[in-house]
Design a binder for this molecule. Sequence first.
Ligand code: NZQ
Ligand code: ZN
Length: 389
Amino acid sequence: MLNYIHNIPTRLYFGKGQISHLTEVLEPFGKNVLLTYGGGSIRKTGLYDTVMALLKEGGFAVTELSGIAPNPRIESVYEGVRLCKEHHINVILAVGGGSTIDCSKAIAVGRYYEGDDLWQMICSSRPGRKALPLVDVLTIAATGSEFDPGGVITNLSTNEKLGAMLTYPAASICDPTYTFTVPKDQTAAGSADIMSHIIEGYFSRTPDSDLSDGIAETVLKSVMKNAPIAIREPDNYSARANLMADASVACSHIPEYGKQSTGWPCHAMEHELSAYYDITHGVGLAILTPRWMRYILQKDPSATERFVRFARNVMGLEGTDEAALAQAGIDALEAYFKSTGIPMTLSELKIGTEHFEEMAAHANRGGRLDHAYVPLTAEDLVKIYQACL
Ligand code: NZQ
Ligand code: ZN
Protein backbone atom coordinates (compact mmCIF):
# COMPACT_ATOMS: atom_id res chain seq x y z
CA MET A 1 0.00 0.00 0.00
CA LEU A 2 1.46 3.37 -1.01
CA ASN A 3 1.50 6.70 0.84
CA TYR A 4 -1.32 9.17 0.32
CA ILE A 5 -2.51 12.57 1.55
CA HIS A 6 -6.16 13.25 2.27
CA ASN A 7 -7.25 16.84 1.81
CA ILE A 8 -10.75 17.45 0.51
CA PRO A 9 -11.77 20.92 1.69
CA THR A 10 -15.31 20.80 0.25
CA ARG A 11 -18.24 20.87 2.68
CA LEU A 12 -20.84 18.51 1.29
CA TYR A 13 -24.49 19.04 2.23
CA PHE A 14 -26.17 15.80 1.27
CA GLY A 15 -29.89 15.04 1.26
CA LYS A 16 -33.40 16.33 0.85
CA GLY A 17 -33.90 20.01 1.70
CA GLN A 18 -30.21 20.93 2.10
CA ILE A 19 -30.81 23.98 -0.09
CA SER A 20 -31.91 25.65 3.16
CA HIS A 21 -28.18 26.13 3.85
CA LEU A 22 -27.56 28.03 0.62
CA THR A 23 -27.48 31.60 1.89
CA GLU A 24 -25.52 30.80 5.06
CA VAL A 25 -22.92 29.10 2.84
CA LEU A 26 -22.66 32.05 0.44
CA GLU A 27 -22.82 34.83 3.04
CA PRO A 28 -19.17 34.82 4.23
CA PHE A 29 -17.89 35.34 0.69
CA GLY A 30 -19.80 38.53 -0.15
CA LYS A 31 -22.98 39.70 -1.82
CA ASN A 32 -22.10 39.68 -5.51
CA VAL A 33 -22.96 36.29 -6.95
CA LEU A 34 -22.36 34.91 -10.45
CA LEU A 35 -25.11 32.32 -11.00
CA THR A 36 -24.04 29.81 -13.66
CA TYR A 37 -26.20 27.14 -15.28
CA GLY A 38 -26.66 25.04 -18.39
CA GLY A 39 -29.16 24.86 -21.20
CA GLY A 40 -32.28 25.49 -19.17
CA SER A 41 -33.14 22.30 -17.27
CA ILE A 42 -33.08 24.23 -13.99
CA ARG A 43 -35.69 26.64 -15.32
CA LYS A 44 -37.98 23.75 -16.34
CA THR A 45 -37.64 21.97 -13.00
CA GLY A 46 -38.27 25.08 -10.91
CA LEU A 47 -34.87 24.94 -9.20
CA TYR A 48 -33.96 28.29 -10.77
CA ASP A 49 -36.96 29.92 -9.04
CA THR A 50 -36.10 28.31 -5.72
CA VAL A 51 -32.50 29.53 -5.88
CA MET A 52 -33.43 33.03 -7.05
CA ALA A 53 -36.00 33.38 -4.25
CA LEU A 54 -33.38 32.43 -1.65
CA LEU A 55 -30.81 34.81 -3.15
CA LYS A 56 -33.32 37.65 -3.21
CA GLU A 57 -34.32 36.98 0.40
CA GLY A 58 -30.64 37.01 1.38
CA GLY A 59 -30.05 40.35 -0.34
CA PHE A 60 -27.56 39.04 -2.92
CA ALA A 61 -26.88 40.84 -6.20
CA VAL A 62 -27.07 38.23 -8.97
CA THR A 63 -25.36 38.21 -12.37
CA GLU A 64 -26.21 35.26 -14.63
CA LEU A 65 -24.23 33.13 -17.05
CA SER A 66 -26.50 30.60 -18.75
CA GLY A 67 -26.17 28.21 -21.69
CA ILE A 68 -23.12 26.29 -20.47
CA ALA A 69 -23.07 23.30 -22.81
CA PRO A 70 -22.36 19.64 -22.02
CA ASN A 71 -18.62 19.30 -22.72
CA PRO A 72 -18.32 22.98 -21.65
CA ARG A 73 -16.60 25.29 -24.06
CA ILE A 74 -13.68 27.61 -23.44
CA GLU A 75 -15.87 30.43 -24.82
CA SER A 76 -18.15 30.15 -21.77
CA VAL A 77 -15.09 30.43 -19.53
CA TYR A 78 -14.09 33.69 -21.24
CA GLU A 79 -17.61 35.06 -20.84
CA GLY A 80 -17.74 34.09 -17.16
CA VAL A 81 -14.38 35.70 -16.40
CA ARG A 82 -15.51 38.87 -18.15
CA LEU A 83 -18.70 38.97 -16.05
CA CYS A 84 -16.75 38.36 -12.82
CA LYS A 85 -14.48 41.31 -13.51
CA GLU A 86 -17.22 43.63 -14.71
CA HIS A 87 -19.61 42.91 -11.82
CA HIS A 88 -17.03 42.57 -9.03
CA ILE A 89 -18.20 39.05 -8.30
CA ASN A 90 -17.36 37.66 -4.85
CA VAL A 91 -18.59 34.07 -5.27
CA ILE A 92 -19.75 31.78 -8.07
CA LEU A 93 -22.89 29.69 -7.59
CA ALA A 94 -23.04 26.83 -10.11
CA VAL A 95 -26.43 25.11 -10.41
CA GLY A 96 -26.31 22.04 -12.63
CA GLY A 97 -24.19 19.08 -13.61
CA GLY A 98 -20.51 18.45 -14.13
CA SER A 99 -20.37 20.70 -17.16
CA THR A 100 -21.69 23.73 -15.31
CA ILE A 101 -19.52 23.06 -12.27
CA ASP A 102 -16.37 22.43 -14.34
CA CYS A 103 -16.88 25.61 -16.36
CA SER A 104 -17.43 27.53 -13.13
CA LYS A 105 -14.19 26.18 -11.67
CA ALA A 106 -12.33 27.43 -14.74
CA ILE A 107 -14.03 30.82 -14.40
CA ALA A 108 -13.10 30.94 -10.70
CA VAL A 109 -9.42 30.42 -11.52
CA GLY A 110 -9.58 32.48 -14.72
CA ARG A 111 -10.71 35.51 -12.71
CA TYR A 112 -7.20 35.82 -11.28
CA TYR A 113 -5.22 34.36 -14.17
CA GLU A 114 -2.44 36.67 -15.29
CA GLY A 115 -2.56 36.62 -19.04
CA ASP A 116 -5.24 36.72 -21.71
CA ASP A 117 -5.08 33.18 -23.03
CA LEU A 118 -7.47 31.17 -20.89
CA TRP A 119 -6.94 28.05 -23.00
CA GLN A 120 -3.29 28.24 -21.98
CA MET A 121 -4.51 28.36 -18.37
CA ILE A 122 -6.32 25.06 -18.93
CA CYS A 123 -3.29 23.51 -20.65
CA SER A 124 -0.93 24.52 -17.87
CA SER A 125 -3.18 23.64 -14.98
CA ARG A 126 -1.80 23.11 -11.53
CA PRO A 127 -3.49 22.88 -8.13
CA GLY A 128 -3.38 25.64 -5.56
CA ARG A 129 -4.01 28.58 -7.86
CA LYS A 130 -5.84 31.62 -6.56
CA ALA A 131 -9.56 31.30 -7.32
CA LEU A 132 -12.89 32.86 -6.52
CA PRO A 133 -14.89 30.76 -4.05
CA LEU A 134 -17.30 28.35 -5.73
CA VAL A 135 -20.51 26.89 -4.32
CA ASP A 136 -22.62 24.45 -6.30
CA VAL A 137 -26.06 22.88 -6.30
CA LEU A 138 -25.73 19.53 -8.05
CA THR A 139 -28.50 18.29 -10.39
CA ILE A 140 -27.11 15.04 -11.85
CA ALA A 141 -25.14 12.16 -10.33
CA ALA A 142 -22.14 11.54 -12.55
CA THR A 143 -18.80 13.32 -12.58
CA GLY A 144 -18.03 13.94 -8.92
CA SER A 145 -17.05 17.50 -9.82
CA GLU A 146 -18.89 18.55 -6.66
CA PHE A 147 -16.19 16.85 -4.56
CA ASP A 148 -12.99 17.16 -6.58
CA PRO A 149 -10.76 19.94 -7.94
CA GLY A 150 -10.89 18.84 -11.58
CA GLY A 151 -12.55 20.55 -14.49
CA VAL A 152 -12.76 19.39 -18.08
CA ILE A 153 -12.97 22.10 -20.75
CA THR A 154 -13.41 21.69 -24.49
CA ASN A 155 -11.87 23.70 -27.31
CA LEU A 156 -13.72 22.64 -30.43
CA SER A 157 -11.53 24.81 -32.65
CA THR A 158 -8.49 22.65 -31.82
CA ASN A 159 -10.35 19.37 -31.15
CA GLU A 160 -9.11 19.31 -27.59
CA LYS A 161 -10.89 18.38 -24.38
CA LEU A 162 -8.56 18.69 -21.41
CA GLY A 163 -8.90 17.95 -17.75
CA ALA A 164 -7.27 20.50 -15.48
CA MET A 165 -6.65 20.79 -11.75
CA LEU A 166 -8.56 23.95 -10.93
CA THR A 167 -10.22 24.41 -7.55
CA TYR A 168 -12.38 22.53 -5.06
CA PRO A 169 -15.89 23.82 -4.45
CA ALA A 170 -16.10 25.48 -1.03
CA ALA A 171 -19.46 23.76 -0.59
CA SER A 172 -21.69 21.44 -2.58
CA ILE A 173 -25.40 21.01 -2.03
CA CYS A 174 -26.36 17.51 -3.13
CA ASP A 175 -30.11 16.97 -2.94
CA PRO A 176 -31.10 13.74 -4.73
CA THR A 177 -34.62 15.05 -5.42
CA TYR A 178 -33.06 17.49 -7.92
CA THR A 179 -32.03 14.49 -10.01
CA PHE A 180 -35.58 13.08 -10.37
CA THR A 181 -35.88 14.89 -13.73
CA VAL A 182 -32.62 13.61 -15.24
CA PRO A 183 -33.65 11.78 -18.45
CA LYS A 184 -33.10 8.03 -18.77
CA ASP A 185 -30.18 8.35 -21.18
CA GLN A 186 -28.34 10.84 -18.97
CA THR A 187 -29.03 8.68 -15.90
CA ALA A 188 -27.46 5.72 -17.69
CA ALA A 189 -24.52 7.76 -18.97
CA GLY A 190 -23.90 9.38 -15.59
CA SER A 191 -23.95 5.98 -13.93
CA ALA A 192 -21.44 4.61 -16.43
CA ASP A 193 -19.21 7.59 -15.65
CA ILE A 194 -19.37 6.85 -11.90
CA MET A 195 -18.41 3.24 -12.58
CA SER A 196 -15.57 4.25 -14.84
CA HIS A 197 -14.10 6.52 -12.16
CA ILE A 198 -13.89 3.45 -9.96
CA ILE A 199 -12.72 1.01 -12.62
CA GLU A 200 -9.88 3.31 -13.72
CA GLY A 201 -8.31 3.00 -10.27
CA TYR A 202 -9.41 -0.55 -9.43
CA PHE A 203 -7.20 -1.94 -12.18
CA SER A 204 -3.89 -0.80 -10.70
CA ARG A 205 -0.69 -2.65 -9.90
CA THR A 206 -1.06 -2.20 -6.15
CA PRO A 207 -2.81 -5.38 -5.02
CA ASP A 208 -2.99 -4.83 -1.25
CA SER A 209 -5.03 -1.69 -0.65
CA ASP A 210 -8.00 -3.43 0.98
CA LEU A 211 -9.83 -0.25 1.96
CA SER A 212 -9.73 1.19 -1.57
CA ASP A 213 -10.69 -2.08 -3.22
CA GLY A 214 -13.54 -2.63 -0.78
CA ILE A 215 -14.93 0.87 -1.37
CA ALA A 216 -14.53 0.43 -5.12
CA GLU A 217 -16.42 -2.87 -5.19
CA THR A 218 -19.20 -1.48 -3.00
CA VAL A 219 -19.67 1.58 -5.20
CA LEU A 220 -19.75 -0.50 -8.39
CA LYS A 221 -22.37 -2.85 -6.96
CA SER A 222 -24.42 0.06 -5.66
CA VAL A 223 -24.47 1.74 -9.08
CA MET A 224 -25.47 -1.47 -10.86
CA LYS A 225 -28.26 -1.97 -8.32
CA ASN A 226 -29.59 1.59 -8.29
CA ALA A 227 -29.16 2.88 -11.85
CA PRO A 228 -31.71 0.44 -13.34
CA ILE A 229 -34.18 1.44 -10.59
CA ALA A 230 -33.63 5.15 -11.26
CA ILE A 231 -34.13 4.56 -14.99
CA ARG A 232 -37.40 2.69 -14.34
CA GLU A 233 -38.64 4.91 -11.52
CA PRO A 234 -37.07 8.37 -11.94
CA ASP A 235 -38.41 9.65 -8.61
CA ASN A 236 -37.22 6.73 -6.49
CA TYR A 237 -35.45 8.66 -3.72
CA SER A 238 -33.38 5.78 -2.42
CA ALA A 239 -31.99 4.94 -5.88
CA ARG A 240 -31.23 8.57 -6.71
CA ALA A 241 -29.67 9.16 -3.28
CA ASN A 242 -27.38 6.16 -3.56
CA LEU A 243 -26.26 7.20 -7.05
CA MET A 244 -25.53 10.72 -5.87
CA ALA A 245 -23.50 9.54 -2.88
CA ASP A 246 -21.67 7.04 -5.10
CA ALA A 247 -20.80 9.75 -7.63
CA SER A 248 -19.17 12.05 -5.09
CA VAL A 249 -17.01 9.31 -3.60
CA ALA A 250 -16.11 7.70 -6.94
CA CYS A 251 -14.14 10.65 -8.31
CA SER A 252 -12.76 11.83 -4.97
CA HIS A 253 -9.67 9.62 -5.23
CA ILE A 254 -10.69 7.94 -1.97
CA PRO A 255 -11.20 4.64 -3.87
CA GLU A 256 -7.59 4.95 -5.06
CA TYR A 257 -5.95 5.64 -1.71
CA GLY A 258 -2.70 3.74 -1.41
CA LYS A 259 -2.72 2.63 -5.03
CA GLN A 260 -0.39 3.32 -7.92
CA SER A 261 -1.97 5.79 -10.33
CA THR A 262 -2.91 4.46 -13.73
CA GLY A 263 -3.33 7.41 -16.09
CA TRP A 264 -7.06 6.58 -16.39
CA PRO A 265 -6.85 5.08 -19.90
CA CYS A 266 -10.56 5.01 -20.72
CA HIS A 267 -10.92 8.67 -19.74
CA ALA A 268 -7.90 9.57 -21.84
CA MET A 269 -9.48 7.83 -24.84
CA GLU A 270 -12.99 9.17 -24.17
CA HIS A 271 -11.93 12.80 -23.93
CA GLU A 272 -10.63 12.45 -27.47
CA LEU A 273 -13.98 11.10 -28.69
CA SER A 274 -15.79 14.02 -27.05
CA ALA A 275 -13.28 16.52 -28.45
CA TYR A 276 -13.79 15.31 -32.01
CA TYR A 277 -17.45 14.25 -31.94
CA ASP A 278 -18.98 16.09 -28.94
CA ILE A 279 -20.51 12.88 -27.55
CA THR A 280 -21.81 12.29 -24.02
CA HIS A 281 -18.88 11.44 -21.74
CA GLY A 282 -20.49 8.44 -19.99
CA VAL A 283 -21.62 6.90 -23.28
CA GLY A 284 -18.06 6.97 -24.64
CA LEU A 285 -16.78 5.39 -21.44
CA ALA A 286 -19.33 2.56 -21.52
CA ILE A 287 -18.35 1.75 -25.10
CA LEU A 288 -14.61 1.85 -24.39
CA THR A 289 -14.38 0.09 -21.03
CA PRO A 290 -15.20 -3.54 -21.97
CA ARG A 291 -13.06 -3.27 -25.12
CA TRP A 292 -10.13 -1.89 -23.15
CA MET A 293 -10.58 -4.68 -20.61
CA ARG A 294 -10.53 -7.42 -23.26
CA TYR A 295 -7.51 -5.85 -24.91
CA ILE A 296 -5.35 -5.60 -21.79
CA LEU A 297 -6.32 -9.06 -20.59
CA GLN A 298 -5.18 -10.49 -23.89
CA LYS A 299 -2.04 -8.31 -23.98
CA ASP A 300 -0.92 -9.28 -20.49
CA PRO A 301 -2.35 -12.49 -19.00
CA SER A 302 -0.90 -11.53 -15.60
CA ALA A 303 -3.96 -9.27 -15.40
CA THR A 304 -6.17 -12.36 -15.09
CA GLU A 305 -6.07 -12.41 -11.29
CA ARG A 306 -7.58 -8.96 -10.93
CA PHE A 307 -10.21 -9.66 -13.58
CA VAL A 308 -11.16 -12.79 -11.67
CA ARG A 309 -11.55 -10.72 -8.53
CA PHE A 310 -13.69 -8.25 -10.49
CA ALA A 311 -15.87 -11.08 -11.86
CA ARG A 312 -16.38 -12.59 -8.40
CA ASN A 313 -16.61 -9.55 -6.13
CA VAL A 314 -18.34 -7.10 -8.47
CA MET A 315 -20.26 -9.09 -11.06
CA GLY A 316 -21.14 -11.91 -8.61
CA LEU A 317 -19.93 -14.71 -10.88
CA GLU A 318 -18.57 -18.08 -9.82
CA GLY A 319 -16.34 -20.69 -11.40
CA THR A 320 -12.94 -22.33 -11.16
CA ASP A 321 -11.66 -21.77 -14.70
CA GLU A 322 -9.90 -18.44 -14.11
CA ALA A 323 -9.43 -17.47 -17.75
CA ALA A 324 -13.12 -18.11 -18.48
CA LEU A 325 -14.19 -16.26 -15.35
CA ALA A 326 -12.11 -13.22 -16.26
CA GLN A 327 -13.77 -13.05 -19.69
CA ALA A 328 -17.23 -13.67 -18.24
CA GLY A 329 -16.82 -10.69 -15.88
CA ILE A 330 -16.12 -8.41 -18.83
CA ASP A 331 -19.06 -9.82 -20.80
CA ALA A 332 -21.33 -9.26 -17.80
CA LEU A 333 -20.21 -5.63 -17.52
CA GLU A 334 -20.88 -5.03 -21.20
CA ALA A 335 -24.31 -6.67 -20.92
CA TYR A 336 -25.09 -4.47 -17.92
CA PHE A 337 -24.22 -1.26 -19.82
CA LYS A 338 -26.36 -2.44 -22.72
CA SER A 339 -29.29 -3.14 -20.42
CA THR A 340 -29.29 0.50 -19.35
CA GLY A 341 -29.95 1.56 -22.95
CA ILE A 342 -26.50 2.91 -23.81
CA PRO A 343 -25.56 2.54 -27.50
CA MET A 344 -22.58 0.22 -27.25
CA THR A 345 -20.70 0.86 -30.51
CA LEU A 346 -19.02 3.88 -32.05
CA SER A 347 -20.82 3.13 -35.32
CA GLU A 348 -24.14 3.82 -33.62
CA LEU A 349 -22.76 7.29 -32.81
CA LYS A 350 -21.70 7.63 -36.48
CA ILE A 351 -18.03 7.63 -35.53
CA GLY A 352 -15.64 6.07 -38.05
CA THR A 353 -11.94 5.39 -38.15
CA GLU A 354 -10.93 8.76 -39.64
CA HIS A 355 -9.29 10.31 -36.53
CA PHE A 356 -8.19 7.21 -34.60
CA GLU A 357 -4.44 7.83 -35.06
CA GLU A 358 -4.53 11.49 -33.95
CA MET A 359 -6.84 10.68 -31.05
CA ALA A 360 -4.62 7.83 -29.89
CA ALA A 361 -1.45 9.92 -30.08
CA HIS A 362 -3.05 12.77 -28.15
CA ALA A 363 -4.59 10.45 -25.54
CA ASN A 364 -1.13 9.06 -24.83
CA ARG A 365 0.75 12.37 -24.93
CA GLY A 366 3.82 12.46 -22.72
CA GLY A 367 3.64 8.70 -22.24
CA ARG A 368 0.65 9.17 -19.99
CA LEU A 369 -0.32 5.50 -20.20
CA ASP A 370 3.15 4.07 -19.62
CA HIS A 371 2.11 3.27 -16.05
CA ALA A 372 -1.38 2.08 -16.75
CA TYR A 373 -2.33 -1.27 -15.21
CA VAL A 374 -1.20 -2.76 -18.49
CA PRO A 375 0.99 -0.11 -20.16
CA LEU A 376 -0.45 1.10 -23.46
CA THR A 377 1.04 2.67 -26.57
CA ALA A 378 -0.73 4.82 -29.15
CA GLU A 379 -0.86 1.73 -31.41
CA ASP A 380 -2.67 -0.16 -28.65
CA LEU A 381 -5.20 2.66 -28.35
CA VAL A 382 -5.95 2.58 -32.07
CA LYS A 383 -6.72 -1.13 -31.75
CA ILE A 384 -9.03 -0.48 -28.80
CA TYR A 385 -10.87 2.22 -30.78
CA GLN A 386 -11.19 -0.24 -33.66
CA ALA A 387 -12.71 -2.84 -31.36
CA CYS A 388 -15.39 -0.29 -30.42
CA LEU A 389 -16.70 0.21 -33.99
O1 NZQ B 1 -27.70 21.91 -19.58
P1 NZQ B 1 -28.94 21.54 -18.88
O2 NZQ B 1 -30.16 22.13 -19.47
O3 NZQ B 1 -28.86 21.75 -17.41
O4 NZQ B 1 -29.18 19.95 -19.14
C1 NZQ B 1 -28.23 18.97 -18.74
C2 NZQ B 1 -27.42 18.42 -19.92
O5 NZQ B 1 -28.19 18.44 -21.09
C3 NZQ B 1 -28.98 17.74 -18.28
N1 NZQ B 1 -29.36 17.78 -16.87
C4 NZQ B 1 -28.55 17.93 -15.79
N2 NZQ B 1 -29.26 17.88 -14.67
C5 NZQ B 1 -30.55 17.71 -15.04
C6 NZQ B 1 -30.62 17.64 -16.43
N3 NZQ B 1 -31.78 17.48 -17.11
C7 NZQ B 1 -32.90 17.36 -16.38
N4 NZQ B 1 -32.91 17.40 -15.03
C8 NZQ B 1 -31.76 17.57 -14.33
N5 NZQ B 1 -31.80 17.56 -12.98
O6 NZQ B 1 -28.08 16.67 -18.46
C9 NZQ B 1 -27.21 16.97 -19.55
C10 NZQ B 1 -25.79 16.66 -19.15
O7 NZQ B 1 -25.33 17.59 -18.19
P2 NZQ B 1 -23.76 17.66 -17.86
O8 NZQ B 1 -23.55 18.69 -16.83
O9 NZQ B 1 -23.02 17.78 -19.14
O10 NZQ B 1 -23.51 16.19 -17.29
P3 NZQ B 1 -22.35 15.59 -16.44
O11 NZQ B 1 -22.55 15.90 -15.00
O12 NZQ B 1 -22.28 14.18 -16.83
O13 NZQ B 1 -21.02 16.37 -16.90
C11 NZQ B 1 -20.26 15.97 -18.01
C12 NZQ B 1 -19.00 16.79 -18.13
O14 NZQ B 1 -18.14 16.62 -17.00
C13 NZQ B 1 -16.84 16.16 -17.43
C14 NZQ B 1 -17.19 15.41 -18.69
O15 NZQ B 1 -16.06 15.17 -19.50
C15 NZQ B 1 -18.19 16.35 -19.34
O16 NZQ B 1 -17.56 17.44 -19.94
N6 NZQ B 1 -16.17 15.42 -16.37
C16 NZQ B 1 -15.79 16.09 -15.26
C17 NZQ B 1 -15.06 15.50 -14.25
C18 NZQ B 1 -14.63 16.25 -13.05
N7 NZQ B 1 -14.87 17.51 -12.94
O17 NZQ B 1 -14.05 15.68 -12.16
C19 NZQ B 1 -14.63 14.12 -14.32
C20 NZQ B 1 -15.36 13.33 -15.34
O18 NZQ B 1 -14.58 12.19 -15.65
C21 NZQ B 1 -15.72 14.06 -16.59
O19 NZQ B 1 -14.67 14.05 -17.53
ZN1 ZN C 1 -15.62 10.59 -16.08
